[in-house]
Design a protein around this ligand. Structure first.
Ligand SMILES: [Zn+2]
Length: 109
């Protein structure tokens, strides 16, 4: 099924579900099909959902959003940045605090 639905060589993110709950999230910066086939071989969950992305940075941001929104997961570590790139997670508390500090403030707030 993975081979039939997902062409090789695409950048993508995924959520693996077990017992109707998000169990594990991940990303492939090179070949989503191969990564999902590896998870099928280990029977990590019952089913999965996926998204295709056009850039590694976009996939990183999407994986970060899944990581922060769907916890608790079996993922313990925060998603790793793409190789040779240094984007910041837009959903980590430090990033959110920096955005809020840059907002225009009104005297009443
Ligand atoms: Zn984060």
């Amino acid at each position: 099924m993975v081979r039939a639905m997902i062409p090789g060589g695409l950048i993508g993110t995924y959520v693996i579900y077990r017992d109707r709950k998000p169990h594990y999230i991940g990303r492939s910066d090179t070949n989503l099909q191969r990564r999902l086939l590896e998870h099928c071989a280990t029977a990590r969950g019952n089913y999965f959902a996926y998204d295709i992305h056009t850039t590694r940075e976009q996939a990183f941001a999407a994986e970060c959003s899944l990581f922060h929104a769907l916890r608790p997961l079996t993922n313990i570590l925060h998603p790793d940045r793409p190789d040779h790139e240094h984007p910041q997670c837009p959903f980590c508390p430090d990033s959110i605090a920096a955005v809020l500090e840059n907002r225009l403030r009104t005297p009443n707030l």
